[in-house]
Design a protein around this ligand. Structure first.
Ligand SMILES: Cc1cc2nc3c(=O)[nH]c(=O)nc-3n(C[C@H](O)[C@H](O)[C@H](O)COP(=O)(O)OP(=O)(O)OC[C@H]3O[C@@H](n4cnc5c(N)ncnc54)[C@H](O)[C@@H]3O)c2cc1C
Length: 479
């Protein structure tokens, strides 16, 4: 029997696993998908929000600001790309200017440091590509950008290295509370028992809680669609450019990514569930129209990918973090909409406090924190030569657009949570993230996966089980 079972390994489940792995408690993470960060965590704006948007006094406000404070140090320790580039919320009218004032006052109450309201001219001095129609901005220097899946993977890897058990392809299909108060969680990979369960299943959290036979909260899935523009557009703006938020969310933003691209989106549209991640002509055209209001010179010809993520909106417009009212020991980490990525480390701290109220959290003497990754293209020439001399696989470039080497792919395959899919490799090392979107490197990645995993190339999926790319060998077919 475990002390804790965490359901779901998105950024919230991974942050909880990482935080708890410092202590002498037994933890199992049960994840539905074949990889970590395969839900909302892999498809969002990737912004580390400053924290002026949430209403003061809410859990969102508190955890947003605390998460923002924790993020830089966390990313440094775990070798995760993070940049504190600041953000502007633009005003286009007198009404918008009064809204900026409201956001400024909220930010001050929430404890966001160094907020300033700028005139249109001052904003354009910082961001020359802003529209002439901009009459002011709320500038927040503490906003940043991060790589959401690398953050999640890094936290999960360190947790696994420190004894947390991660079981992939293990969807929770039933949960029951035993007479002694412990929980049995049923999955296709077997039954698991624990004293405490943390429900971090994102958009599915309502349904997963429902497996206990109760309905304690309602989530409304809401999709946001994006454009990802090539690196040629990556410096069109230097900071995150928002418009005034409304009841549908934070509005359409334009922002550099940590990998040097430009992200544009999202819209907000109610959908049926976590799987509704398709793009629509209507959604994308709305995003384009709105983004051009902020930055008229944006070139959508440089688009290299569209994608969509689904928000787990909670009816009460706040995160739902707390114990089940019916089942003591079952803890909700639900309704974690934006800024859940930002708040993740702070949410995990709160979840650990909850676990501590049921099982003493004694620090492990042998906890090993931190992680280092070789990113070949960011090494100096001298470092590159040294790395290749140690391991010639770093001398073979597999992804030409992103300069990703075979050495990096093999290192990922030997890591604590190895990828088993082409997209799993892409998310870990960036192969296929560039302008050609894997057109050139995808077959090479499949060859390396097949060789290292000892399976035929035809058995390798693009992403989810069943999304196989190859069906057989052409020459054998026609023999
Ligand atoms: C359009 C959009 C933009 C956003 N922008 C930002 C932003 O810029 N900044 C920010 O801070 N936040 C942002 N967010 C919010 C952020 O992405 C989420 O708060 C965060 O990713 C939620 O993480 P999670 O771990 O709760 O959910 P998920 O990442 O969805 O993880 C839940 C996990 O549970 C698994 N699961 C589901 N059902 C089961 C089951 N039955 N058994 C086991 N496992 C299961 C899923 O496979 C998944 O891996 C945005 C969200 C969206 C949709």
């Amino acid at each position: 029997m475990q002390d804790v079972i965490i359901l779901g390994c998105g950024v919230i489940g991974a942050a909880c696993a990482y935080t708890l792995s410092r202590y002498d408690v037994s933890v199992t993470v049960l994840e539905k998908s074949n990889d970590v960060a395969n839900g909302t965590t892999k498809a969002n704006s990737a912004i580390v929000h400053a924290g002026y948007d949430p209403r003061p006094g809410t859990a969102i406000a508190r955890l947003n600001v605390e998460g923002n404070r924790m993020m830089e140090d966390l990313c440094r320790r775990l070798d995760v790309p993070f940049k504190r580039i600041g953000s502007h919320v633009l005003a286009f009218s007198e009404a918008d200017l009064s809204h900026l004032q409201v956001l400024y006052e909220r930010g001050v109450k929430n404890g966001v440091p160094d907020l300033r309201i700028l005139t249109g001219e001052e904003a354009r001095l910082m961001e020359p590509n802003l529209s002439e129609a901009v009459v002011g901005s709320l500038y927040a220097p503490t906003a940043g950008i991060v790589s959401p899946w690398e953050l999640t993977l890094a936290m999960a890897e360190v947790a696994v290295r420190n004894g947390v058990e991660l079981i992939l392809e293990a969807p929770t299909t039933a949960i029951r509370q035993e007479e002694d108060g412990t929980f049995t969680v049923t999955t296709p990979k077997g039954d698991f028992r624990a004293k405490t369960v943390l429900n971090a299943t994102g958009v599915d959290a309502e349904a997963v809680c429902g497996l206990l036979g109760v309905h304690e909260f309602t989530l409304t899935p809401n999709r946001g669609e994006y454009y990802l523009l090539d690196k040629s557009e990556g410096t069109r703006v230097r900071s995150v450019i928002f418009q005034c938020p409304d009841e549908n969310g934070k509005g359409v933003l334009v922002s550099p990514t940590v990998h040097g691209n430009l992200i544009v989106g999202p819209n907000a549209e109610a959908v049926s569930g976590a799987d509704a991640t398709e793009n629509t002509a209507q959604g994308l055209s709305f995003v384009k129209k709105q983004a051009i209001r902020s930055v008229p010179t944006l070139s959508f010809r440089e688009n290299i990918r569209n994608f969509a993520g689904v928000r787990a909106n909670h009816a009460e417009d706040d995160f739902l973090i707390g114990e089940s009212s019916t089942f003591p020991g079952f803890f909700h980490l639900a309704g974690i909409k934006s800024p859940g990525l930002t708040a993740a480390p702070a949410i995990a701290k709160e979840a650990a406090e909850y676990v501590a109220s049921r099982t003493p959290l004694i620090p492990k003497a042998e906890f090993s924190d931190g992680r280092r990754v070789i990113r070949f293209k960011s090494l100096s020439e001298e470092e590159k030569r040294a790395v290749i001399a140690r391991n010639p696989l770093y001398g073979r470039v597999i992804c030409r657009c992103e300069t990703v080497t075979e050495g990096e792919i093999v290192a990922a395959l030997q890591s604590p949570i190895p990828p088993t899919t082409v997209n799993g490799v892409k998310r870990r090392v960036g192969a296929g993230m560039g302008r050609c979107q894997g057109g050139f490197c995808s077959p090479r990645v499949q060859e390396i996966l097949a060789r290292e995993l000892g399976i035929p190339m035809e058995a390798i999926p693009l992403d989810q089980p069943g999304s196989n790319i190859l069906t057989g060998r052409t020459k054998e077919e026609y023999r």
